[in-house]
Design a protein around this ligand. Structure first.
Ligand code: GLC
Ligand code: CA
Length: 557
């Protein structure tokens, strides 16, 4: 297998709004990120992925872009961005931008023109359709609730929006759209950015017949994202993007690709595909999703065997053919220590380290989401008024207030479990007011546990989760087997432990992780001569695998 720098890299995602506020307006900003670059360098990461920092009315916190080549004033100026890039590079950190090109904001100049009239030269930049018997063109549901079509009274047509109605989908069939996007991408790359994380990039090719969604009809789901995922021309477009832009720069690329199968992933990110380097698959991230009208809105605990099956399927399915991205968290997901671990005081640190071990010793490029490295947890705000996320607010509106299919109390329980705001509460830096994130009023309240869980505390404690992550990153640099070794799962059907091995050039790395609060006995008949590379207890109790214990051995066969 070919060695590549991006296979050996560790990526850290910053959600700028919630990372560090430098001017006390309650909103994180670029200057705040610059202040914290030494912290990220200390952790040892290689690439910084910035969630969108572009001009935006913030209907979806920046994932609704109104100008791709301007910085959102709340975040700073282009000069601040240039400074961020310069200082990041000084620290040997690469910068990966979020590329949101399935849709724009409805306030983007292209859409402003587009909606002016059927003959406007920008009309075809978006997807407009005539009404069908006075109704929307089909029954598709938007990701954020309601129909995926919005009616425009002026021109008597509907436009498609897979996300909010302020996020109209671009028409990738139009070569002018594609050229404009490629030009914009080159502009950022010429500025010196090092790559792109591509937002819902596999939704860009739509079936032009716009068929009804049978599962919506059957009441089995409310959103039709699956109807537009992995469309017939998406690989053609990505190959073109690669040829026109990506292949000309030494970039790192990852596509966010909901509804993706192994087969699809091989097409997007196969070593020979000439499209993307990696994709984010959703199988494990959607593990508790239900096939009823509520989708992700539930409070169910995941099943470990299921999780092992999913991750192992991706490890073996891409082996030697494509490259995995490894992630537990991002700005759209609940916090992993609360979700797959145990965030009670007794087990939070142990289980956060255990989860880090499971993920980072697999084959692929690991992604850390801000706060994961100090074990930040989910938040349980008392009322819906505390929430800011459009997805959460719309779901509450729909199920509690409009359809009355869930009580407010029930929905809040689900929100505590699944809301995207779990990931978006401000970064917890210290025991100061608002966790040191801001001295103003934070745009979203800080999690009240910040007095115990914060960066200051983590940096003072040699046994902290932070230093454990730092150690893992160092090990990855020291031992190529962690990057390049083959993966083999062991005892797939054991409901308590996750055990696997990695093999490379006659060496084995053996990983044992306990997902329960009980001691589990097991004997893996490992050679007597072996090194304990890493352990979250700091020692080894042989065949007793203690609560949430993680240990990693290295030996020669
Ligand atoms: C992606 C982003 C999410 C956003 C959506 C629409 O899934 O990660 O935050 O709401 O795309 O852009
Ligand atoms: Ca600010």
């Amino acid at each position: 297998m070919e060695k590549e720098w991006w296979k050996e890299a560790v990526v850290y995602q910053v959600y700028p709004r919630s990372f560090q506020d430098s001017n006390n307006d309650g909103i994180g900003d670029l200057k705040g990120i610059i202040q914290r670059l030494p912290y990220l360098a200390k952790l040892g990461i290689d690439v910084l992925w910035l969630s969108p920092i572009y001009q935006s009315p913030n209907d979806d916190n920046g994932y609704d872009i109104s100008d791709y080549q301007q910085i959102l004033p709340e975040f700073g100026t282009m000069a601040d961005f240039d400074e961020l890039l310069r200082v990041a590079h000084q620290h040997k950190l690469k910068v990966m931008m979020d590329l949101v090109v399935n849709h724009t904001s409805d306030e983007h100049a292209w859409f402003q023109e587009s909606k002016k009239g059927i003959d406007n030269p920008y009309r075809d930049f978006y997807i407009w359709r005539d009404p069908k018997e006075g109704q929307p063109p089909n029954n598709w549901g938007s990701e954020f609730g309601g129909s995926a079509w919005e009616f425009d009274e002026e021109t008597n047509q509907y436009y498609l929006h897979i996300f909010s109605k302020k996020q109209p989908d671009l028409n990738w069939e139009n070569p002018r759209v594609r050229e404009a996007i490629y030009a914009m991408m080159r502009w950022w790359l010429d500025k010196g950015v090092d790559g792109f994380r591509m937002d819902v990039i596999n939704l860009i090719s739509k079936d032009k017949s716009y068929p009804d969604d049978p599962l919506i009809k059957a009441g089995k789901r409310t959103t039709s994202l699956a109807m537009v995922a992995n469309g017939t021309k998406v690989n053609e477009y990505l190959k073109e993007m690669n040829q026109e832009v990506l292949s000309r720069y030494p970039v790192i690329t990852v596509g966010e690709t909901p509804e993706v199968t192994i087969e699809d992933a091989l097409a997007y990110a196969g070593f020979e595909s000439k499209e993307l380097q990696m994709v984010f698959q959703f199988d494990h991230a959607d593990i508790e999703n239900k096939e009823d009208g509520f989708g992700k809105w539930n409070a169910d605990r995941f099943d470990l065997i299921e999780l092992k099956k999913i991750l192992s399927k991706w490890q073996t399915g891409l082996s030697n053919k494509a490259w995995n991205s490894l992630y537990w968290n991002n700005h759209d997901r609940p916090r992993v220590v609360s979700r797959f671990g145990n965030d009670s005081p007794a087990f939070r640190k142990l289980s956060a380290k255990m989860l880090a071990t499971v993920l980072h010793f697999m084959q692929g490029t690991p992604y850390i989401y801000q706060g994961e490295e100090i074990g930040m947890t989910n938040v349980s705000f008392e009322t819906i008024e505390n929430y800011r996320d459009i997805d959460t607010l719309n779901a509450f509106q729909e199920y509690v207030l409009e359809k009355e299919t869930l009580s407010a109390e029930q929905m809040l329980t689900y929100i505590h479990h699944s809301s995207r705001d779990n990931a978006r509460t401000p970064m917890q830096w210290s025991t100061d007011l608002h966790a040191g994130f801001t001295q103003g009023e934070p745009w979203l309240e800080v999690n009240s546990n910040y007095k115990d869980i914060n960066v200051d505390e983590a940096l003072k404690d040699p046994n902290s989760i932070f230093y454990y992550y730092q150690k893992i990153i160092q090990l990855r640099k020291e031992y190529p087997i962690i990057t390049y070794g083959d993966y083999q799962v062991i005892d797939l059907n054991d409901p308590k432990v996750f055990v696997y091995s990695r093999n490379y050039n006659g060496e084995t790395v053996f990983v044992i992780c306990n997902f329960t609060a009980e001691t589990v006995e097991r004997n893996d008949h490992l050679p007597v001569e072996k090194t304990l590379l890493l352990s979250n207890y700091g020692d080894d109790d042989a065949n007793n695998i203690r609560p949430y214990e993680a240990k990693v051995y290295l030996f020669t066969k």
